[in-house]
Structure formats: C-alpha cells, structure tokens
Design a protein around this ligand. Sequence first.
Ligand code: AHR
Length: 502
Amino acid sequence: MANRFVVDANRKKSKIHKELQGHFSEHLGRCIYGGLFVGKNSEIPNVNGLRTDVVEALKEIRVPVLRWPGGCFADEYHWKDGIGPAESRKKMVNTHWGGVVEDNSFGTHEFLELCRQIGCEPYINGNVGSGTVQEMSEWVEYMTFDGVSPMADLRSANGREEPWKIKYFGIGNENWGCGGNMRPSYYADLYRQFQTYVRNYGDNRVFKIACGPSNDDYKWTDTVMEIAGKYMDGLSLHYYTVPGPWSHKGSATDFSEDEYYLTLKKTLFMDELIQNHTEIMNRHDPEHRVGLIVDEWGTWFDVEPGTNPGFLYQQNTMRDALVAAVNLNIFNKHSDRVRMANIAQMVNVLQSVILTEGADMIKTPTWSVFDLYKAHQDAHLVESWIESGTAADGVPQLHESASVDDSGVLHITIANLSADSAADVSCELPGLHPEKISARILSGGIHDHNTFECPHTVSIRDFSGITSAENGFEFSIPACSVMEITIIPSEVTMRGANYIKA
Ligand code: AHR
C-alpha cells in the first residue's frame, strides 16, 4: 500500500529564508587552518590564502551565510590580535580546542575575504565572556564605519579603505556555559548593555543575535526574552544530535542499526524543541519579529581514532545525510519563526560538508543533502503532509517538506529513514498540473561514506523512477535515501517562464 503524500502548492506559507542553510566555522581543529585557509605561500591552490577547491565546493551548494569565529572560541577571541601584518600578530593558546597555538594569521580581513569568495553573508560572533563593551563596539566600527574615526583609520592603515557590510552580529556565545557560566537574567542585562554600542553606521543595519538556550532550557528563553527581547533581532538555539552520553557518544562510522535509529529519533527532537521555544517567544513577541537562530546543529560523535580529541574530527555517513535532511525539513516547516540555522561545522569538524587531508578534499554525504535542498532557498513553504508508516519506534519512515520558488516551480525534498525498506509513495498535487517532473537522489547503506581513497562512494544521481498518476505522480523511494523532486507546472510553461535548473 503506497504512502499518501499531499502537496498543495497553492497554499503558500512562510518564506524559507536562504539563511536556513547557513554554516559555522570556528578556530577549532582543522576547520580554519588547513580546511579553509592555507596561506598565500601554500602549494595547495589558493586565492589570497583560501583553498580554491573548498571555496568552489561551497559555492556549488550556495552557502548563504557563515558564522565565525566561534563557538566557545568567540568568547576568548580578541579581534585586534588578528589584524595588521600577519608576522607581527600575537600568538595565543587555543584553550578550548586542543591547547594548540593560534597564530591569528586568519582574522577579520581573511574571514571577510572568505565570505566574498564564497558569496555569502558574514555572521560575526562577538566576545561577551572575556571581552569588553568597548572592544565589541570598536570591532563593529572597524568593519563598518565609513569616515574619519580611530577604527576606520586603523582599517585603512591595514589596507582596506572601504567599509564592509556586516548584517549578522552575535552578542556572546553559550554564555550559560563556555561563554561565562552566566545566569539568564545576568546575561540578559549584559546583552542590553553590549548591544547598545553595536552601532548602525551609514546604511549598514546590524541584525543583533542574543545568546539563546541550550537544548530544552526553556527558562533561559523565557528570561532573556522577558528582559531583553525588545533589543534583539534574533535569539540563538544550540542543539546537537548526540546518540550516547558525552563520555561515549559513539563512532561516526561503526554503529548498530539501533544506534542509527536512536540518532534519527534524537534528531527529530529538534521539531519539539523549536515548537516549545517558539511558544515561549510568541508570548513575548507575538508579531514574530525576533527570529530563532539555530546557529549550532548537527551530529556529534567520538573523534576518529588516533586524532586529537580536542579537534572534533569525525567522518560522515549516510546516517549524517538523513540527519541533515530531517533538520532542514524541520527548519523549512518552522520558517515562520526560524530565520537562520548553521550546521556545525563547515570543514573537518563535527558534521562537516567537506573533509580535507593535505591537498585532498572530499565532499561528504551531508554536502550532497545541502545540494539537494538548495532550491528551497528564499522559496515559499507550501502546505504538505504525508501518511507515513514507522521505520522504528518513534521514527517515521518518511520525512518531507515542499516549497514554491518565485518562478512558480515546486520543490519537494523527501527522505526515507528506514535502514532497509523501500517505500511506495503516491503524491497528490491538488490544483497543479505538472508539465515536467525531474528528480535527484542520494542513496546508500547506512554506513556508506566517502573516503580520500574512494571519494565518490556516496553521490547524487538522477532518479528516473517517477511515473505520472491521475492526480499527481508515484514513485518508490529506496531505503536510506534523500530525494529532491522538481515539478514545473504547466502554467509556468504557459507563462513562458524561463526556468533553468541550476
Ligand atoms: O561546535 C563546537 C562547540 O559546541 C562550540 O564551540 C560551542 O559553542 C558548542 O558547545
């Protein structure tokens, strides 16, 4: 019996801001150094020190926004250590992450050059835990003030005459933990103070993001919204998918089927978390002015054997692909409140889209999911629901979302979470006449992953198993797979819209 799936393309809901597919990069392990930045003198092909292969791969998935410099590192980072001639920059100990030397050769200018090359918005996270109001204020002045001022002059002296545009600015990170172990009311007052001096210079408008809760800390959300809600544009939420206890999170590649389903069950908890935090936010902000910013999400497993435990380097399998698919569908469905989400982290750390080893680079299954979902960026969520069976206790077999873009093209993303059973799907499209349907799929066994020796074990391929039916279309989705289905309605063809699939 086929699973009934209904997509009503005429019932448009909230906009899926492209920032829901954002990323996060921290001075942690080999994310920045080696992963993104190799320096101008490296033999690895680079432009201004940034790896060409990695930048090209990130452009392919249309990275919309990138958060930096942390994470826990943000509340230890002093931005003035990372400007000026690289050879005279201060060296420091990266106390959070492996105790290695941080030579500050990647700083503000290098990060903003990275964003320029990728073509994404920067999201800079300021230091509240060990920084000062003046330091934060001067950072914003340094980056965005156009005119004569001490910080604008310093920027010019460092070779950048023009100010940058900085839209997203975070005021502290995890201030309930590594960012100062604060209580919510204390942080909320500090937030009010710090944000006062984060100025809008010229026509630059800063979208200010307050430190939000960890997981289900609803008291944090309630208190911070109560005290500081009217001074913020966004409130962050951090939730990682961790299958085991912190002391034994489990291997990224060597896991049982039970662990596989447990991982997905824990991922699905994101939906409940967003709903509950949204309800609290609704009480303080019924107009939905403040966005929920899920600026750290993803899988967190034990590090790869033999690697530095402080570097958080893990492999990435089809299990990660399904975690990404589920999370991105959830963000789409909650796009009336969720304004941004940033997977942790971009390269070589936790659930990465890219892994590097010296001059080699591989795209992970998670990279492929971002590729399958990119058409949702800035499209409108539409009403959709599926009658799905169960893959395991607490885990539905099918998980989906759908959107319509500005040219009227319908995009569906659907995942089969079952480790071993295909699912027949009968999709109804009320009020829509498909002119052309195409699909792409990422599929494999739950442990399948790419390695430097076999970089293409898991990759996207075209899917030709769609057949049209009276009210829509039908297909069978293989076990453990993620699909993107693109439907060009006949009205779009009749309007002569020039739709080109990127
Ligand atoms: O992403 C790794 C760490 O997880 C971040 O630095 C911190 O914010 C979170 O606890």
